[in-house]
Design a protein around this ligand. Structure first.
Ligand SMILES: N[C@H](CCC[C@H](N)C(=O)O)C(=O)O
Length: 271
């Protein structure tokens, strides 16, 4: 059977998406992720996503996300946004509806609008000042915010001045976050309800252009530090396609919505 895939990105965070493929185990998908995500010798992507519609009624999509290195992401906001867009697209674009998607055992809601796709992210444990490092001569604290996956957030005065990959990699392997490691976010308040962000992603082991769960973690940390007012905030990323984060209406302290554009780039068939 030829394997069809879609190449799709959520605000610059790009994925190879398989919809209802032939069953394979996680180890086989992990290998495929490593092979296909390679920028030179594969398709090139930050991750590989497998989306399957389940028999549950109303329908639930089971979404598995593998990072470019083959590791499993327990949460990926942008992958969920891409999978929700594709599910809606496959059903005809005209009906706006709520979808339910399960990733690593956690149920997420999604809303697909013409201009933006929204999904929910959990806001789990928050630990202020989990580790400290020196950035450009400045001792800098990182708060940890678990949004379904591990994130740390540092507030800095100029994100553009940061050697994201060098500092990100050092923090990602810091003893205080071992053995799991963490995704690493650098955040600059822009005034009002806006933040500027750069993210080093574990599993991609590089800076990505945007990160949904990282944007949520950044807004939670910045709100906790009083740098943005409570409520909705806009997170400007490397892609120039901002994500918006807003507290969930039913559980504002436990979950958030993250929304922004999704772009379907091309489809292909594996050789
Ligand atoms: N980019 C993703 C997060 C990926 C998390 C992954 N790097 C991991 O921790 O395994 C997002 O949009 O939420």
């Amino acid at each position: 059977m030829p394997m069809r895939f879609r190449k799709i990105h959520g605000a610059g965070n790009d994925f190879i998406l398989f919809t209802n493929p032939e069953p394979r185990d996680d180890a086989a998908w992990a290998k495929e992720a490593e092979r296909l995500c390679a920028r030179r010798t594969g398709v090139g992507a930050d991750g590989l996503v497998v989306s399957r519609v389940t028999d549950d009624r109303p329908s639930v999509y089971e979404v598995r996300c593998f990072n470019a290195d083959g590791s499993i992401a327990t949460m990926c906001g942008n992958a969920l946004r891409c999978a929700a867009w594709a599910a809606q697209h496959d059903d005809g674009l005209n009906v706006k509806r709520r979808l339910r998607l399960r990733m690593a055992g956690v149920m997420h809601e999604a809303v697909v609008d013409p201009a933006s796709v929204w999904v929910t992210a959990q806001v789990n444990s928050i630990q202020p000042r989990v580790l400290q490092t020196v950035i450009n001569g400045q001792p800098t604290w990182f708060d940890s915010v678990h949004t379904g996956t591990e994130h740390v957030v540092a507030v800095v005065s100029d994100v553009d001045a940061i050697a994201t990959e060098t500092v990100g990699r050092a923090v990602r392997y810091h003893d205080n976050v071992a053995p799991l490691g963490t995704n690493v976010n650098f955040v600059q308040p822009l005034g009002g309800r806006s933040l500027k962000i750069r993210t080093y992603e574990r599993g991609v082991e590089a800076e990505t252009l945007s990160c949904g769960s990282g944007a949520v973690a950044a807004v939670v940390a910045a709100t906790m530090r009083g740098l943005v007012p409570k409520g909705e905030a806009t997170v400007h990323n490397r892609a120039g396609e901002p994500l918006t984060v807003r507290p969930h209406e039913r559980q504002p302290n436990r979950a958030a919505w993250v929304g922004g554009p999704v772009t379907y780039t091309f489809e292909g068939v594996l050789a």
